[in-house]
Design a protein around this ligand. Structure first.
Ligand code: PMP
Length: 356
């Protein structure tokens, strides 16, 4: 039976990515060697890195002065790398969840951190609004999509301050105005590639302004200057990332992705809102994530959670168990998830309602 992959990450990738990567594991670019056993400095792999960087430029329409790097260490290393490189005296952080808190914790090692707002009071089920950002903050850090709680900041905030954004779980899901950001970073294992590579988009003009010494590997300038080849890059994940970027372009780019993502998410949220057995954990429509859709059994039906899980599983839905800090269900509807998978889940919800 066909599996409908709703895992939050690592998560579904386009078939194009999986197939081409599997082929390159056996025979990369006609070399007769695996992509895993060839030098990262071979002309074949340098071409992969170059094309990946150039496609990110194209797909996100990067303004002049922005550089793309592929590094290891996950988004979690970016939690410290961003403040290491940018925080002069004071930085503002918006606390929208566990990952946002972890980013904030690292920044405190480098200067004063102002938490401008937090939605912790309601288990992060909303995005705080109308908060003030100190005018002298070096940047405001946001987590654009909160993978665990299913909230998302779907616009590019205009608060008169430079932005640093963790876009691990919604990068490439919509067009963004990159000029508002000094750094955008994302672990690849949601919308891009297998885990092991992290993408960072860096405004070069924002670098070189801190006085502290920065270890070479944690200095964005190192990776920009060496075009992500200062040390051995995660070759296989970068190859897979290139396939996804090619697929994205062939699909019509990030604007087309946004359209499809809105369609998929609306389908599921509409069912959650109209089916009396379920309720969404995030109420405000503008805060609802298009990537991670969190829902629980409605109050009178909590004892039926296991039954619905069984039904959905029997239809081939996998990875819909909610994060332990939210409970219930989480359906991740990343770029590569076909609409058909959402339709199967929605049909299971309807069938469940008809049965009970
Ligand atoms: N930020 C967000 C929003 C995430 O969802 C995750 C991982 N689920 C991380 C950061 C941590 O990423 P990594 O495991 O790549 O360090």
């Amino acid at each position: 039976m066909k599996k409908h992959n709703f895992y939050a990450g690592p998560s579904i990738l386009p078939e194009y990515t999986i197939k081409n990567t599997a082929e390159a594991v056996m025979n990369f670019a006609g070399t007769g060697l695996s992509v895993m056993e060839i030098s990262h400095r071979s002309k074949e792999f340098v071409a992969v890195m170059d094309e990946a960087i150039s496609l990110v430029n194209e797909l996100l329409d990067l303004p002049a002065g922005y550089k793309v790097i592929f590094v290891g260490g996950g988004a979690s290393t970016q939690f410290c790398m961003a403040p290491f490189n940018l925080l002069k005296t004071k930085a503002a952080y918006l606390n929208t969840g566990a990952w946002a808190s972890k980013a904030q914790k690292e920044a405190k090692l480098f200067g004063e951190v102002v938490e401008v707002a937090s939605s912790k009071d309601k288990n992060y089920t909303y995005i705080p609004k109308n908060f003030e950002v100190p005018a002298d903050a070096d940047y405001l850090h946001i987590t654009s999509n909160n993978t665990i709680y299913g909230t998302e900041i779907k616009t590019d905030l205009d608060l008169g301050v430079r932005l640093v954004a963790d876009m691990s779980s919604d990068i490439f899901s919509r067009p963004i105005d990159v000029s508002k950001y000094d750094i955008i970073y994302a672990g690849a294992q949601k919308n891009l590639a297998p885990s092991g590579v992290t993408i960072a988009i860096v405004n070069e003009n924002a670098l070189g302004q801190v006085e502290r010494a920065i270890p070479t590997m944690l200095d964005y300038r190192t990776h920009i200057e060496k075009e992500s080849m200062f040390n051995t890059p995660p070759v296989l994940p970068v190859f897979a990332a290139l396939q996804t970027l090619q697929w994205l372009k062939a699909q019509g780019g990030v604007a087309e992705m946004q359209k499809k993502n809105i369609e998929k998410a609306s389908l599921l949220y509409d069912e959650i809102d109209s089916n009396k057995f379920f309720k969404a954990t995030v109420e405000a429509e503008e805060d609802r994530s298009l990537m991670n859709i969190c829902f629980v059994m409605n109050d009178e039906y909590t004892e039926l959670e296991k039954d619905f899980m069984e039904l959905a599983t029997s239809k081939g839905c996998v990875g819909i168990k909610g994060h332990r800090s939210v409970g219930g269900f989480r359906a991740s509807t990343y770029n590569a998830l076909p609409k058909e998978s959402v339709e199967v889940l929605v049909a299971a919800m309807k069938e469940f309602a008809a049965k009970h």
